[in-house]
Design a protein around this ligand. Sequence first.
Ligand SMILES: Cc1ncc(COP(=O)(O)O)c(C=O)c1O
Ligand SMILES: N[C@@H](CCCC[NH3+])C(=O)O
Length: 469
Amino acid sequence: MTTTVLPTGTALPPATVLPPSVAVAPDDSWLGPWPASTRPAPHGDLTVGGVSLTEAADRFGTPVYLLDEDEIRARCHAYREAFPEAEIHYAAKAFLCRAMAHWAAEEGLGLDVCSRGELELAVTTGFPTEHMILHGNAKSPDELEAALRLGVGRIVIDSPAEIARIAALVPHGSRQKVLLRIAPGIAAGAHPAIRTGTVDQKFGLASTDGTAQLAVARVLEQPRLELVGLHCHLGSQITSVKPFVQAVRRMVGMMSWARQAHGVVLPELDLGGGHGIAYRPGEEALDLRTLAVRVQAELRASCATVDLPVPKLLLEPGRAIVGPAGVAVYRVLSVKHGGEGSGATGAAARHTFVAVDGGMSDNPRPALYGVRYSPRLIGREASAELRPAHVVGRHCEAGDIIASGVPLPADIRPGDLLAVPASGAYQVSMASGYNLVGRPPVVAVTGGSARLLVRRESLADVRSRDVGL
Ligand SMILES: Cc1ncc(COP(=O)(O)O)c(C=O)c1O
Ligand SMILES: N[C@@H](CCCC[NH3+])C(=O)O
């Protein structure tokens, strides 16, 4: 895996001049890397949601994450339209703050939560707990206790041991709705670390060796558990419809088995999330409409084949709701050129390194999965020719790389601003305290105004947790 080295394929000769027009926002497609509201503005600026990115950088400091509220709402709406009979639960792990929970609720989405933190933050916004699904391959006793106390709608059982554990927490006279997470034996997802549909990994119960079948029987024996359906989540950043169609077939097969073996007709099928987005110009996203047509048609057909009533479909998209709505803005802190000779890859090359004031502490995805982004200069007209540069973070690791070989003006310099599209998912939510630089603020933009949702983590925040000497 090439996560900590610069890929040799991007080592363009220093003299290579790329075509003068970088793919300029806005992208026509709502699945493009920039939010649909993105517009060019004077002096090389861009606006998103009517808000100037350079003004936002000045007002909130950098790095800063902007979320286009209308884009998020439109994406929630698009899911509801594409799957009119399904329940759509936004996967909070992609990004959660109170405003995000509020938008999801207002747009008629439920919430997939996987920790007590996510659950209780959403509860503080008044998010209805009956529209929440609790996940987790290792739920703690206090998480389960909180979920039951607060009335979470469904709990997804992810291991045999959980069955009796959850049942024991359900008060006398009531029943908890549960789904069983199945590992359907399908390999899909952009990186091995985010493929969760295969049978030999930590999520779900394998249907190939009888583990899942035994778990169905055990759940049905528990009078305080109501088995409402089966769940699977294949993985993340999947850009093809095929694995989802295959999953429908396998899951319906399993539901058919449950009826034959136990006489139960399970009313729900949860297919999880995993819908891929474009991170760079020209990259493919999963097409929502095609997904909707193919999955719903397969569900009807598979059920008809085994004479099962069509279950209610549940989906849990995270990235596809919030990812394309986010833009990260960084300030350049230093520009330097690598020396002649071998770099981290061992290949002879001389690269330009543009270092910004954030990096793997606000976006660990490049270091985790070897992915690369497509930053662009904002805030000044650049007449210099475009040359390939590596945009790197400020952290103490050579693998802290945001982009490789992206075209930037040859006179890029400290003080310049770089904006990175498709930054709404799994960046702020996976931000860390590395090097104690402080996690960045999150700002909502809509209708020409910007409002702070999550403030920057300060030295005072860090000090307040540090209680010993
Ligand atoms: C159970 C479950 N549901 C939904 C999601 C959301 O995935 P994505 O953000 O790729 O749509 C995840 C994360 O991959 C997950 O683990
Ligand atoms: N964190 C991953 C996706 C995994 C989603 C959680 N199951 C990403 O950044 O792409």
